[in-house]
Design a protein around this ligand. Structure first.
Ligand code: ADP
Ligand code: ZN
Ligand code: ZN
Length: 839
């Protein structure tokens, strides 16, 4: 018996019908879910986890996800009816709902915000405004303008028009005055339609009508019939050149429309043939995901060291602990992952392989494809929404059991995870900054593993301080791989002294003579070179040599970045662009120069210094499109590129054979960046970049340019001594009360007016101190960049011991005090953001 029938039975036997209500999570920042009434004809259809369309407020039509169904009548408002139910089965499962609820609580945001981040936008709905003719419009003598007539004419041939279509028709953007006037004349109606954004991909196929295959006679008379129209004949002939009429089975009678209709054929002739039912057209939904990738190899036979590590990992899993695999670059971690994935899939479970960034995915993904073929789904930011929906659905319907993806892959509808791998667990790109939820995918994935009772493996050559401490505390199991796979050696390090070279005037631009010499040697031997330029806080800008004026953004407190290739100034915070001034805005001098250097400047200099070398650059600017990153990597892998200049992107898990030299610019700035994690960053970054050198046989060479060759961290990096780095770093963290011993919650306040903001921030701090004590509250302080998009910014840090303090209480308190603050009259437009465990 169906659900509906069951309900009608109930109807008869109960005097009073029970009404069902649904708590709906809306994709907007509301602190609570909202309750709606389920119409009788949707009972049974509306389930926890399914999408419904509801009205919120007077104007908004939104799609939400049902969190729960119950009988409780909301107390403070009259529940509206659900307008529509979109799914026959839930798109979000119960485990996900639990996970999303946890995320919202832990990261101090709303579940609606989590949902917004979680659902690919193809699964969200938009409401689109449409117009149609008013069936009741009088035939009376109305005066219409020319534009109005265009619209009315169009509406006679197509039932409805969207605003975009109207705008196209009229060739103008400002369509509202015209529409308003038509509505006043009661000639059109306006309504909102909710549309699904996901568009399945389709292909069109063409086949000759069946009876032509049955006898030669039929085909013969068809040719006679088409005798006069040579264009239609041409289409038929082309079809017959693809399909052998006497051999064609039913399935081989179809040809792709795109294969049939080459440019020399007439589309209108085909139309006629279709209209006369000589040809039949069919449209089919196909997958965007390549389902034809056939596995090429099995997993590799593991070395003795790898096997030992594998056994220890299993021990950790047995003890139900997350495992931290600390293995030097090139030690064969990825091959171990592959074995574990195979085992997990064979046992019937799902596997999530997290990668920090798109940068990493191309090489790893092609390695995984070789072993797992199309069983692997890929989920990352450069994918289109439609592609993401297909991965989502693939996981939901069990077609995809292995997903390699970036941080947002934790939101996918897994229902039976048996293994989560977090590759390069130390990477900060696992943390989302903007917008909420400001989550850390590594930490969230560990929570996810509790929900699924799955195993977790974190791998890295440079563990984060937090994870390593967890391992020492025996919360995680620690497994080590201290040597490179096979004959692989780790690179040797050399320092190039910037100060002495500058004094003796032997620098060429930003290159020390040592680095230049090494590049020259490597090029002569036809070996490849990677040059690393840190991006953070370091971009070229303009300065007037006469008055020191630096052009700044009008709405952000930040200097504009100079982009050489198109000669413009760009604000990296709001995107504002302006052309490079010919004269100084402040003093009128023409002595304007660029300061600082980025990857772009290095690339230019290299082309002059080594005109015969092929130089390429990899940074955010050169990798915007979907395949550009892949292409740069491919050219480098094929040896077409001699020198690759790049940013942090280069430090992430790339595996090249012929790199014999890595050059590091500007170590000093990385290590002195004002942040308590700067040493940790520096150690990780330099070790990882160096790891790109000499992967197969000899270890290759790393040259670090520095003005401080005696800087203590450098020694630890050179000797690859992670433990001694960890020990000194953890002492500092303890002494200065930082994570992992203390938790940080960052509160960000923004407002248009500086003094209102400062006043609010001071009040907040006073209240926080009142509840938490002076020790635990830092600030308020202006961040380095204190104004973005015309909003001033202040920051407050709350710092609490990890042990003995109930962090949920603290979060509740921070939240409550924030709400109270916003309630005061002049602070309505204050914006408050929370960042739990900021990095
Ligand atoms: P990591 O992930 O630790 O950086 P990889 O798994 O990429 O290390 O291994 C480094 C290199 O060694 C790769 O080129 C890989 O193909 C090779 N390799 C690793 N394990 C094996 C194995 N068991 N047999 C053959 N080659 C291996
Ligand atoms: Zn000037
Ligand atoms: Zn700006």
């Amino acid at each position: 018996m169906s659900q509906l029938e069951l309900n009608s039975d109930l109807d008869e036997s109960f005097e009073e019908r029970v009404t069902y209500f649904a708590d709906v999570i809306l994709p907007i920042p509301l602190p609570e879910t909202y309750t709606y009434r389920i119409p009788r004809d949707m009972e049974g259809l509306v389930q926890a986890g399914s999408r419904v369309v509801v009205q919120f407020g007077r104007k908004k039509i939104l799609t939400g996800i049902v969190k729960e169904i119950h009988h409780k009548v909301p107390k403070v408002y009259e529940a509206k009816y659900i307008l529509d139910s979109l799914d026959h089965s839930p798109v979000v499962n119960g485990l996900q709902l639990d996970f999303f609820t946890w995320l919202a609580q832990y990261y101090m945001c709303t579940i609606g915000e989590v949902l917004n981040a979680a659902l690919p936008s193809g699964l969200k709905l938009t409401s689109e405004s449409l117009i149609q003719l008013n069936p009741e419009s009088g035939t009376g003598e109305q005066e219409y303008s020319e534009k109005e007539l265009v619209i009315l004419d169009a509406l006679k041939s197509s039932d409805r028009l969207s605003f975009d279509q109207v705008s196209d028709l009229l060739g103008i953007k400002m369509i509202h005055p015209v529409l308003k006037s038509l509505m006043q004349k009661e000639s059109i109606l306006l309504f909102e339609q909710v549309k699904d954004k996901f568009k399945p991909k389709t292909i069109k196929s063409i086949r000759l009508a069946d009876h032509y295959f049955e006898s030669d006679q039929a085909l013969q008379s068809l040719f006679e019939k088409l005798e006069k129209s040579t264009k239609q004949q041409a289409v038929l002939l082309k079809y017959l050149s693809i399909v052998r009429i006497d051999e064609a089975t039913e399935s081989s009678r179809e040809v792709l429309k795109s294969d049939l209709m080459t440019e020399d054929l007439s589309a209108s002739s085909l139309k006629t043939l279709l209209k006369n039912q000589i040809f039949i057209e069919e449209e089919k939904i196909i997958s965007r995901l390549d389902q034809t990738i056939v596995p090429e190899r099995k997993s590799m036979e593991l070395s003795e060291m790898q096997l030992e590590a594998l056994a220890e990992i299993h021990e950790g899993f047995q003890a139900q602990k997350p495992v931290l695999l600390h293995g030097v670059t090139g030690s064969g971690k990825t091959e171990i992952y592959i074995q574990l994935i195979q085992q997990a899939l064979e046992s019937g479970g799902q596997v999530l392989y997290l990668l920090p960034e798109i940068a990493l995915t191309t090489q790893i993904v092609s390695r995984l494809h070789k072993v797992f073929g199309s069983e692997l789904g890929v989920y990352h930011s450069k994918y289109s929404d439609n592609e993401r929906v297909e991965v989502w659905n693939g996981v939901n319907n069990g077609k995809i059991n292995l997903v390699a993806g970036v941080r947002s892959a934790i939101f996918l509808p897994f229902d039976n995870l048996s293994l989560i791998i977090i590759d390069e667990e130390h990477e900060t790109s696992y943390k989302q900054y903007e917008p909420a939820p400001r989550y850390h995918a590594r930490d969230a994935a560990i929570w996810l593993s509790h929900l699924h009772q799955s195993n977790v493996l974190m791998g890295t050559a440079t563990p984060s301080i937090d994870s390593y401490q967890n391992a020492l505390d025996e919360k995680y199991a620690l497994v080590k791989l201290d040597e490179r796979f096979g004959q692989g050696q780790l690179p040797t390090f050399e320092l190039a002294n910037l100060l002495t070279s500058r004094k003796s005037k032997r620098m060429k631009g930003d290159f020390t003579p040592e680095l230049l010499e090494a590049i020259k040697n490597a090029l002569e031997k036809n070996e490849q070179i990677i040059l690393f330029q840190n991006r953070r806080g370091y971009s070229p800008y303009l300065i007037c040599h006469d008055c020191n004026h630096v052009p700044k953004c009008q709405s952000c407190d930040v200097s504009l970045t100079y982009h050489m290739h198109n000669n413009v100034l760009i604000c990296h915070y709001c995107g504002h662009k302006e052309s490079v001034p010919a004269i100084c805005d402040a003093c009128g001098s023409t002595a304007i120069r660029t300061v600082g250097f980025g990857t772009e400047k290095l690339e230019e200099d290299l082309k002059i210094l080594f005109p015969d070398a092929h130089v390429e650059r990899m940074d955010q600017d050169t990798t915007r499109s979907k395949y550009s990153y892949q292409q740069i990597i491919d050219r480098f892998e094929r040896g077409e590129t001699n020198i690759l200049v790049g940013t942090q992107m280069l430090s992430k898990g790339l595996d090249f054979d012929k790199v014999s030299l890595v050059g590091v610019f500007d170590y000093d700035r990385i290590v002195h960046f004002p942040d308590f994690r700067s040493h940790e960053r520096a150690f990780q970054l330099i070790t990882q970049v160096s790891g790109r050198a000499g992967r197969k046989d000899d270890g290759g060479k790393v040259i670090i340019q520095t003005g401080e060759p005696d800087e203590p961290l450098l020694y630890k990096i050179k000797t690859g001594d992670y433990l001694s780095f960890f020990q000194s770093e953890i002492l500092e963290r303890q002494n200065y009360q930082y994570p992992p011993f203390y938790r940080l919650i960052k509160i960000i306040l923004k407002h248009k007016e500086k003094n209102v903001l400062q006043d609010a921030a001071r009040q907040y701090v006073t209240r926080l101190i009142g509840e938490l004590g002076r020790q635990r509250v830092l600030g308020p302080q202006e961040p380095v960049i204190s104004r973005i998009r015309n909003l001033y910014i202040e920051e407050i840090y709350v710092k609490v011991e990890k042990k003995k303090i109930n962090i949920n209480k603290v979060k509740g308190l921070i939240y409550k005090l924030g709400l109270e603050l916003k309630q005061s009259k002049d602070l309505k437009s204050l914006r408050l953001y929370f960042d739990v465990d900021p990095v």
